[in-house]
Design a protein around this ligand. Sequence first.
Ligand code: NAP
Length: 250
Amino acid sequence: MNYHDKIILVTGGGSGIGRAVAQAFAENDGTVVVSGRNREPLEQTVKLIEAAGGRGAAVTADVTSSADLERLLDGIVDRYGRLDVAVNNAGVLATGLTSELAERQWAYMLGVNTTGTFLSMQHEIAAMRVSGGGAIVNIGSNIGAHTRIPGTGGYAASKAAVTALSRTAALEYIHEGIRINVVSPGASDTPMSMLPGETDADRAARLGSQVPIGRVGALEEIASAVLWVASDEASYMVGHDLVIDGGSSA
Ligand SMILES: NC(=O)c1ccc[n+]([C@@H]2O[C@H](COP(=O)([O-])OP(=O)(O)OC[C@H]3O[C@@H](n4cnc5c(N)ncnc54)[C@H](OP(=O)(O)O)[C@@H]3O)[C@@H](O)[C@H]2O)c1
């Protein structure tokens, strides 16, 4: 896969899966804009990209703010003249049984994961129209549309909604050359896959028995799927939800 001359946006690009995805695009010659709420981790991602010989830029933007997203996407089109790929990866997790989950935690997850993806796509679609098309990859989760785990109902609802929204939007924009798909990771090597108070060793022991493949997913394994889905090699893939979860939802 070669992303030469391609302009890529990765939301939530300052850590975890988003950082790994941004680095992978840059390693494949793409120019990557990373966004998130906090500047320092974004600048750290750009430093890592540039240290490896790639091109990157950091822009702070909260995906729950349409004004932030308008500034972010207008800035990309002003600076680069186009947007080819957007990876909507920004996301948050809070846990709690349905009877106990605080309403503000529910609203926070729906706000960032679902509304954030919706608002991001609105502005990205407008930006992609400038150059006549592009690819959007929304980061879902195996929890929600594919598996159920007690205590994750709010998160599951927010991510199942991402899949439903993405598949509908895929039908709405493919005639404009905008391909929209989902990549749904399972437990991946970031703090989000850890239970409160858990160490790396604790997590390895737990996932060793819970995940059929017997381990947590490496960030590179998620990133390579995202790069393929966004590439011309996946040009006939429209409205798909690609699960990468070591067999958890098989
Ligand atoms: N790790 C897993 O096991 C796993 C499994 C399935 C799916 N996922 C999904 O993969 C994505 C990345 O997760 P991760 O594990 O890499 O978590 P992470 O390291 O916590 O990354 C989440 C990123 O989202 C950004 N973010 C959060 N709220 C935001 C907002 N309102 N506006 C803009 N950016 C925001 C954060 O940056 P700031 O705080 O600086 O804004 C952060 O960089 C999420 O969508 C998550 O649901 C993860």
